[in-house]
Design a protein around this ligand. Sequence first.
Ligand SMILES: *Cc1c(COP(=O)(O)O)cnc(C)c1O
Length: 812
Amino acid sequence: MDKKEFKQQFKKRLAEKFAMEVKDASATELYQTLGSIMTAHYSQDWRQTWQDYRDQQQKQAYYFSIEFLPGKMLKSNLLNMGWLEMIEEALQEMGISLDELAEVEPDMALGNGGLGRLASCFMDSIASCGLPGNGNGIRYEYGLFKQRFVDGYQVELPDEWLQKGNIWEIRKESKAVDVHFGGNVYLQEDANGLLKPVYENGYTVRAVPYDTGMVGYQNNIVNTMRLWSVEIPAEEEDRYRSIEDRRMIEDLTSVLYPDDSNEAGRKLRLSQEYFFVSAGVQSILRYYKQLGFSYDQINQYIAIHINDTHPAMCVAEFMRLLVDEEGLPWEKAWNLTVKVMSYTNHTIMAEALEKWSIPMMKEVCPRIYQIIEEIDRRFVNEMTGVQPADLVERTRIIQHGQIHMAHLAIIGSHSTNGVAKLHSDLLKSVVLHDFYVLYPTRFNNKTNGIAQRRWSQLANRSMTKVLNDTIGNSWNSDPKDIRLLLNYVEDDQVLDALADAKHENKVKLAEYIKRVKGIEVSPEAIFDVQIKRLHAYKRQLLNLLHIVKLYFDLKENPNLPIHPRVFIFGAKAAPSYHYAKSVIKAINEAANLINNDKSINDKLKIVFLENYNVTLAERIIPAADVSEQISLASKEASGTSNMKLMLNGAVTVATLDGANIEIRDAVGDENIAIFGLTETEVYRYYQEHNYNSAELYHNDPVIHKVLNAFVDGTIPNIAVEGQEILDSLIKYNDEFFVLRDFAAYCDAQESINEAYQDRRRWKQISLLNIANAGRFSSDETVKRYAEDIWQIEPVFAHNSERGANQHGAYLL
Ligand SMILES: *Cc1c(COP(=O)(O)O)cnc(C)c1O
């Protein structure tokens, strides 16, 4: 399609849809018109992709994730369709700004943070690499809450993202399936002497899929993200007459649990998990049956991926369908299940490892409970006498009345991977060591990655232009080629052009900050960014303590040679996470104090932007000079904002945690500021029980002074929160070693301050970060999943007007 054709179609479509002309239409109407042209265009490719997979009998992977965090899709789809510039110009010629249309699209936030965003980065890369892979999740009526600050406190508002409809999804009523909950189940011999389950007193809901096209990057491939929504089956209408009854059903896909890294031990959450697991697995098996192969080979056609433990019931549901519905013998079904399933572990934090009580599981899905019991019984049988009894007790699925979902996922799959080298090593040596002894070959690492086209070409147009002008545009399709930039590390013109691009982005962010917060910040200052969920282990508090220290230093000596800095935060706290909310309040009050203190000459500013989400990330990241990745070593499994910021030329201040280690390996020690305890040192403290934070508080005058500011009124309006924070650090012995790492962190920050003032050197460091970011493309990550875990092959683009295999080299 060219500009002229597009403009004609656009006007025609607008007239058909809304009976309007461009000059009368609202941004939403124009957005919906554009969207309908786009979906109409790629839906042919979508159907063709699906047919190709089926006709070529491609093995397909299904990525089960309780969260997806796609953000906005308009520009991303335009980019991947190869239409971005053409549409931007065509709209402009009609007097329409693409940016204004993009504004009205709701940010699709069906996830909390890193886990959901990873799933969406994978969806983009899987399609872009021509891999046959699809998403499977939940279509929550309300996404992650919207965050506002009132008097410095977080307030949560509902995210009614579907209010104006969702132009990207298609409701597929014909693909609905029924999901059964509750009641009793017992086994009865059927006519052939096989034991079959009989269900009593349960209830059935309908799962209706909404499919969204996952458009590959300029390769005519469109995969599917299938999100399930609950409905009351027409034939059951009579049963659910009361409002309470209907509410109970509708709640199933109503809200996303807003807790990041915390087990949600609630019945509704377990029901959500079974709902999308059962619907997804049923629809996969229905498709497989259409192919007409025997079940013996199902592992040659289907791979199911369990993203964290939330979909771990896939193991039991797959067994249920093969054994109960298809009549396969248990042993045979089990061998197939293990070959089909694979599992990613995302955390070592005990509070996030899911466990469900037996009574609750029995109540929600009694047959699944029976199957898990049988899997557990056979596991114990098989291992007893072969492995030490205590090892078997520690690894079995059901222990002390609880079902351990990670155990189910590991025992029921052929692959368990961690998400960064350090994390995968810790799984083997500590967290899942017992399982590693049982199944050493199942364990592997797949370091996370990011959809680099979104986080560079879309989010950072000014940097993209410099890169395209400098190294050509092969990196647009193959992110590894961004390495070509290494040739320019001594080229002042390129260094300056990149610095100018950064400056332009900082000016834009400064304008945004002025507009939404009313705070003046100078683009000449260092923009120092920490954006991620608010969590004690991520240590936003460490950042704040350092800021307070700098503030005191400046009060004492206003001529201190520090380069002006703007500390930018973005973070939501789980509504029930009291401590995290106190940290938010403390940061906001410190901001009030510092931003309004004229005596420090604007050398320090704190900006806490509300409602951190993908869209806000896309605003902040291109403007960042410094990336804060300061979790306690061993606690952040990988991190991905570290990768996004690196790609955008920010310099990382980091502990040796998660993927930070691999970032250091990529850029070299001189181009990153590493500080703090190592994972080994942290574990040594755990073993020797000899950390004493109170000692640091009493003996270190700097720490003493900074902490007192939280309780003596220096930071105003935090009498309660300040005490809570102080107690966490002193009375409860500082679980995340904030005080232990404080001095080292201040030194690392001082090294950043000095480095920034050697402008040429800083520009070089920034360039080296960009140039070495290619290895963190999720294209590379999903290719490794495809080869090592799923055993799926890339397909070539089918024939189309664009020409077949135009990007064949890339697809290979
Ligand atoms: C990338 C991203 C995250 C993950 O950030 P981490 O620092 O890796 O925890 C969370 N939320 C959003 C909106 C993101 O884009």
